[in-house]
Design a protein around this ligand. Structure first.
Ligand code: AMP
Length: 511
């Protein structure tokens, strides 16, 4: 469906066309008309589906309607505080939504959009909150701070949007959301986006929405057709590093987001890859907002090739040139896997999502496969095959597994030639295979190469079936075989001091 047929104002259809969109995505087709009619909505749509435009366009339509409504102006005078409030779980997602609002609202005269998120100074936020404002995009925690000090004016909010509501509840924002909703007139329109509406998210929806229309466009069982998923088994952390190095130096690697389980691993891995000559930075909640913004900017403008991120920090990253998502450390929750892989395959492109699994990750990988109802095809890299036997994912087919199709669930495709899976997208070019690279690429590494003869080391499994995850530091401490430089290693004498780049490197991403 075209945007014109959805009933949007010309100022918005013009902006959408200028963004290069010809037709509306499914979530936009389904959500925009009822949203324009003022209905409350419960929408399940995955990242990458175009969900941001599905709520920002109706929000902008409200702004345009208010601009045109001279009666309202006469009766109510100047309106202070936002007309539309969007709540997001993370600062990064809030920034992304603000960017979308500016893009789609570029032809809305005098559009005023503000973001109020943690980690930035209060005074400018207070000025924005109390002034005339069209759209406010905020994380619940910081908005509550302003509400508690009486600085936030929410009495003129006509439309409340909860983006990634499930995530906000996971992050413990339930009370904040309810308090914010109570400060907004009950006559408002409420639109809620969430991966699921089961359990506590469903109860929140019941409390906040009035006679909502349910739209279920994409669920966690989506096949992510344009994202090829792969699983490489690694014997140990050294093997995993060797696999990662191989993937990151492949020609088809345009930009990658590498996920770690902890902030410390993210910093450590970014240091390691920077030492190897990659243009890399880490992104996690422990960094100040200014740095996080710079990193995201570097990713967008292509200066950064590799981002090492934790789950929370990476939500909302929308950079179409991200060709690879690599799970170096497994997520804590199966649904985070779906959010992670959604960082690639954006804007109609193909993407590759590679999980590097150790034996201790079997439990989580199994849960991910159950959650997505898909098995992740196992692949090997020539010359880097694991020495230990492939972990048995599903010895017996689970009861009722028929819905997964005739193929046994989790059937190993082990031993398959690399890149054999799916002919398109990332197929090797003209027989170059996995031949060692001659001389090009990064400088030789200051550490022992992957030890092919090292005995595999498997972590003991926790009673519930999952092994605890440790940082590479812990593994190193346990085995004495980790040879990397710790994140907090003292700078070598004579090394340049940090000046505004990442990790104290003098020239931004230049190393
Ligand atoms: P989202 O699901 O909101 O994170 O958006 C995913 C990506 O799809 C973003 O890069 C958008 O710019 C892009 N997008 C949104 N709407 C459309 C559309 N109608 N056609 C093509 N791409 C779109």
């Amino acid at each position: 469906m075209t945007f014109e047929t959805l009933g949007l104002n010309e100022a918005l259809t013009k902006a959408v066309t200028a963004s290069g969109y010809e037709t509306a995505t499914e979530v936009q087709t389904q959500a925009i008309p009822p949203a324009l009619a003022g209905a409350d909505l419960m929408v399940s749509a995955s990242t990458g589906s175009g969900k941001t435009a599905a709520f920002i366009l109706p929000a902008l339509e409200r702004v345009l309607a208010a601009r045109a409504d001279t009666t309202q102006k006469r009766e109510r005078g100047v309106i202070y505080g936002p007309r539309v409030l969007v709540l997001c779980p993370t600062r990064e997602l809030a920034m992304q939504v603000a960017k979308a609002a500016a893009t789609y609202g570029r032809f809305v005269p005098g559009l005023r959009v503000a973001t109020v998120v943690g980690g930035v100074p209060y005074p400018a936020q207070i000025a924005a909150l109390r002034g005339q404002l069209d759209i406010l995009i905020s994380t619940p925690g910081r908005l509550i701070d302003h509400l508690n000090t009486g600085k936030a004016v929410l009495e003129n909010v006509e439309m409340l949007v909860l983006d990634e509501a499930d995530r906000m509840l996971d992050m413990g924002f339930i009370d904040d959301i309810n308090t914010i909703a109570e400060a907004i007139p009950a006559t408002r329109q409420t639109v809620m986006f969430s991966a699921t509406f089961l359990g506590h998210v469903g109860r929140l929806a019941q409390n906040l929405l009035r006679d909502p229309k349910r739209i279920d466009v994409a669920s966690h069982t989506d096949t992510h057709e344009n994202i090829e998923q792969r699983l490489h088994w690694a014997d140990n952390v050294n093997h995993k590093n060797a696999l990662l190095d191989h993937i990151l130096t492949r020609k088809e690697m345009e930009q990658a987001v590498v996920f770690t389980s902890t902030q410390r691993d993210a910093d450590w891995l970014a240091d390691r890859l920077a030492d190897m000559g990659h243009h890399v930075a880490s992104l996690h909640g422990g960094h100040p907002q200014g740095r996080r913004n710079r990193v995201l900017q570097g990713l967008r403008n292509g200066q950064l090739k590799i981002l090492i991120a934790t789950d929370v920090a990476a939500r909302g990253i929308d950079v179409p040139t991200i060709s690879h998502v690599i799970n170096y450390g497994l997520p804590m929750k199966a649904e985070d896997y779906v959010h992670r892989i959604g960082r690639t395959g954006r804007a109609g492109r193909n993407g590759l999502a590679i999980t590097l699994g150790e034996r201790m990750d079997v439990g989580m990988i199994r849960r991910i496969q159950q959650f997505t109802t898909q098995s992740i095809p196992v692949q090997t890299v020539e010359g880097l095959e694991p020495k230990s036997p492939e972990p048995k994912m599903f010895a017996a087919r689970p009861e009722g597994a028929g819905r997964f199709g005739n193929k046994p669930f989790g059937k190993p495709s082990y031993g398959k030639k690399p890149f054999e899976h799916r002919g398109q997208g990332f197929a090797p070019r003209g027989g170059e295979g996995f031949a060692p690279r001659g001389g090009e690429g990064f400088a030789p590494r200051d550490r022992a190469p992957f030890d092919r003869n090292a005995a595999p080391r498997f972590e003991p499994r926790a009673p519930h079936g999952d092994a605890p995850r440790h940082s590479p530091f812990d593994r190193g401490a346990a085995t004495g075989r980790v040879d990397h430089k710790p994140a907090f290693a003292p700078r070598k004498p004579g090394a340049p001091a940090g000046k505004g780049g990442f990790k104290g490197r003098p020239t931004g991403f230049s190393r």
